[in-house]
Each structure stands twice: as structure tokens, then as C-alpha cells.
Design a protein around this ligand. Structure first.
Ligand code: 5AD
Ligand code: SF4
Length: 443
């Protein structure tokens, strides 16, 4: 109960990647354990938690705007507790209090498990709490997790990143790589299966280096094979792969697996060797092309997606043309494309040859136009085929329609028949294709 004798409630707002989504689930789990229930609106909450991202400046701007908005709620309800967690909290620490004095606590990426204690502390003393450790003291403590999605679950297999791509802030805010023991991950996968989850996404900043932080540790292929052996899970995905560390053993394990989806997300970042080298990516465009060929030979019909940054410092028109040429040649199913964003503290932020915003935007548009044509073309090729879809639920925009995903991770929408239940694997005949969505009817 809160001070007004009502049920205590929390509201979470999450920015950024799947790892953040999963952290939010673990934050929510702790609030549940304290007797809080979820509020749909921030205005109905006693605790509001913003889980933040700082990978690009655009995310940070949005988050500062959101934090500013909450000031009004705090003015109307002095008992409201507002907390900022995640990557921006880790990076900016007590600077966040100075910028927004209505924040009650700042929780770093290594301090997720401390939320329960902090809420209790603030409840008693009403002081500000800064909990930001510089590094993790121990691995994934047994924190309760509340998952909103009842079909697909995120399962972290490792934390942190050792790669130090020169544009990226992640290694600075998430620390060095720490892999969870294989038995712990497999045990959690079995628990998820028992709870009725059908799909598991193994999470890590660079899943291909799973286990490399400890001598004698199982590697990523071993882990995939072990999770594949868990009964009851229909689909296994993983995020994110690093092209440099993707190897024949992993590809072969995926080929022989029962449940690992034939979808490879391999961020290329740029198609020019000079840019790739300046990014410290550790592979060439030719090596990437070879990897794609190897995957396509081993896993026919595999879908391939990527991340690309345009306007990295020093990127000339010719270098950018290399990216376009690679995109045209490889034909990704989809690409997540980003304007390079200067992140202070990273090597690229102070490199010579920063690209003007107008140039970056023009390049991004050309890249997106090209990729959208390719995505649409690939999707059109699926019209008339029957595809396995995992039913996720009602379509967001239309209650008469249902939504799910193919093994290639493409979104499919069809008219509800009443015979499909959330969590079912159904077959859908594809009738029309758009860039990001397929439409069809239940076969
Ligand atoms: N600017 C733009 N994009 C970035 N990414 C990471 N750091 C930056 C940055 N400074 C992109 C990369 C990565 C994805 C998650 O975000 O493409 O793969
Ligand atoms: Fe950032 Fe590179 Fe690590 Fe990915 S692999 S989180 S881009 S440093």
C-alpha cells in the first residue's frame, strides 16, 4: 500500500536494445517482489523507472525530454519516486541529478539487482541515491524477472563487450565481457520452456565470443547445441553476432540444430575496408562476403540482416559507394541504418574528418532507398509460398487481424480465423508483400 492506502504501482519506460528490455524485466521483477503492481500510465505510478540508452545522441535527447516531462508529475505528487537506470545512468551518474533535480535515484548497469534495496532506502529517508559501480562484482545474481511477452523470452548469456569498435560507447557503460555458465543458461531455458515460452533469444553484445573470457568455458556453438536440446522450445534466436567471430562451428551447429532459426544478423557497419579498419572491426569487406557465402551454402534460404553506420569520420563518397555496392551485392533481407553519432570518450569522436550532418543524411537516404527496394523485392519473392509463423497475438492496429513472425524474423499479418492461438505454430500462405511486413491467409 502507498501513503494514501492504495495499491503501490510502478511504471517503466525503456529505450534502446533487447538487453535493456531484459534489464527492465529484472527491474520490474524486483518491484513486484516488493508488492508493487504495474501501472499503465506514469500518472498512476508511485515509482517511475526510465531505463536508458546512450548509443546515439538522438536517444539521449529523447530521454532527456522524457525525464523533463516527468517533472510535472513529481510536482503534483511529492511521494513519487523517479529513477534513471541503464547506459546513460552509467555514463552520466550524478550529472543527471544536476540536470534534473526531480530524479530520486540513478542506477548503473552493474547495479540492476540493487533496485529493491534502493526503493526501501528512499521510502525511509527520502534522500537521493546514486548506485553506479564501475564494474560488475559478480555475475547475474538471481533477480526475479517479470516478462510482459508470454511467448518469446530474452535470455542473457553474457554481459559487456571487449571489442571497442571506435564509434561505440557500449564497452564503456557495460564493462568487460562476462559469460554466464552454460548450465545456468540451459537451466533458465528449461524453466522458460516449462512456463510455456515458445521462443528464446540468447542475448549478448557479441554472442560469438561467449565463453572466451574464461579458460575451459563452453563456447557459443556448445551453448546453442545445449539450448537446442531443451524440450518445448520451438525457436531459438540470438543477438548480436560479430562477423569477425562467427565461425564454421557455429554455422554447422545452426545447420544441424532443430530449433535455431535460419536468420543471421551480422552487423557489417560499412562496406569500405578503410572505414572498417578505422572502426576497429577486425574484418574486411571481402571476408564478410566470404562469410555470407559460407552461410548461404550451409543454410540454404537463410535470411540475413545487418546494421550499417553512415558518415563515419573520414568516409569519402567513394568509401560510401563501397557500402552501397556491398548492400547491392549481398542483398540483405533488412538493414538497420544509422547516422554516425559522435560519442564523447570514444576514439572516433575526436578523429579528423567528421562528416557534416547534411552529407550524412543524404547518404542515409540513398542507403535506405536502396535497401528498401531490396527488402521489398525479396519479400515479393515470398508471395505464394507457405511459411511457418509463430503466433504472437492480435495485430496492433486491427483486432480482426493476427500477427506473428516467420523463422526469418519477418512480420506476418493475416485475418483472424479463431483457430489460431497465441504461441501456436501455424502455416500462412503469403499473398502480398511490403518492405517490412508480409500479409497472407491461414493455410
Ligand atoms: N553512431 C551511430 N550508430 C552507432 N551504433 C553504435 N554506436 C553508434 C554510433 N556512435 C550502431 C551500430 C550497432 C548498433 C546497435 O548501433 O550499427 O551495431
Ligand atoms: Fe559496440 Fe562493437 Fe561491442 Fe557491438 S561489438 S557493442 S558495436 S563495441
Amino acid at each position: 500500500m502507498n501513503d494514501n492506502g492504495k495499491q503501490k504501482k510502478y511504471h517503466t519506460i525503456t529505450y534502446g536494445c533487447q538487453m535493456n528490455e531484459n534489464d527492465t524485466e529484472r527491474l520490474a521483477g524486483q518491484l513486484r517482489a516488493l508488492g508493487y503492481e504495474e501501472a499503465d500510465r506514469p500518472a498512476d505510478a508511485d515509482v517511475i523507472l526510465i531505463n536508458t540508452c546512450c548509443v546515439r545522441e538522438s536517444a539521449e535527447k529523447k530521454i532527456h525530454g522524457k525525464i523533463g516531462e516527468l517533472k510535472r508529475l513529481k510536482a503534483g505528487n511529492p511521494n513519487l519516486i523517479i529513477g534513471v537506470a541503464g547506459c546513460m545512468a552509467q555514463k552520466d551518474r550524478d550529472k543527471l541529478f544536476k540536470r534534473a533535480p526531480h530524479i530520486d535515484f540513478v542506477l548503473g548497469t552493474h547495479n540492476i539487482h540493487q533496485l529493491g534495496g534502493i526503493i526501501a532506502e528512499i521510502g525511509q529517508a527520502r534522500g537521493r541515491v546514486l548506485a553506479v559501480w564501475d564494474q560488475a562484482e559478480r555475475l547475474a545474481p538471481g533477480v526475479p524477472t517479470i516478462r510482459k511477452n508470454k511467448i518469446a523470452a530474452w535470455l542473457p548469456i553474457m554481459y559487456g563487450c571487449n571489442n571497442f569498435c571506435t564509434y561505440c560507447i557500449v564497452p564503456y557503460v557495460r564493462g568487460r565481457e562476462r559469460s554466464r555458465p552454460l548450465e545456468e543458461v540451459v537451466g533458465e531455458a528449461a524453466e522458460l520452456a516449462a512456463q510455456g515460452f515458445r521462443e528464446i533469444t540468447l542475448l549478448g553484445q557479441n554472442v560469438n565470443s561467449y565463453g572466451k573470457d574464461e579458460a575451459g568455458h563452453a563456447d557459443f556453438a556448445d551453448l546453442l547445441a545445449a539450448v537446442d536440446g531443451v524440450e518445448g522450445i520451438a525457436r531459438i534466436r540470438y543477438m548480436t553476432s560479430h562477423p569477425r567471430d562467427m565461425n564454421a562451428k557455429v554455422i554447422d551447429t545452426i545447420r544441424r540444430s532443430r530449433h535455431v532459426c535460419e536468420h543471421f544478423h551480422l552487423p557489417i557497419q560499412a562496406g569500405s575496408d578503410a572505414v572498417l579498419q578505422a572502426m576497429n572491426r577486425g574484418y574486411t569487406a571481402a571476408a564478410y562476403r566470404e562469410l555470407v557465402a559460407e552461410i548461404r551454402a550451409a543454410v540454404p534460404g537463410a535470411s540475413l540482416t545487418t546494421d550499417i553506420i553512415v558518415g563515419f569520420p573520414g568516409e569519402t563518397d567513394e568509401m560510401f559507394a563501397d557500402t552501397l555496392a556491398l548492400v547491392e551485392e549481398v542483398r540483405f533481407d533488412a538493414a538497420y541504418t544509422f547516422l554516425y553519432s559522435q560519442r564523447s570518450g570514444t576514439p572516433a569522436a575526436t578523429m579528423a574528418g567528421q562528416i557534416p550532418l547534411a552529407v550524412k543524411k543524404e547518404r542515409l537516404k540513398r542507403l535506405m532507398d536502396l535497401q528498401n527496394d531490396i527488402s521489398l523485392d525479396i519479400n515479393r519473392g515470398l508471395v505464394g509460398t507457405e511459411t511457418e509463423v509463430l503466433v504472437e497475438g492480435e495485430s496492433k492496429n486491427d483486432a480482426n487481424k493476427m500477427m506473428g513472425r516467420t523463422r526469418a524474423n519477418k512480420i506476418v499479418i493475416w485475418d483472424r480465423t479463431g483457430n489460431e492461438q497465441t504461441g501456436d505454430l501455424v502455416t500462412v500462405t503469403i499473398e502480398t508483400a511490403q518492405t517490412w511486413v508480409l500479409k497472407g491467409k491461414l493455410a
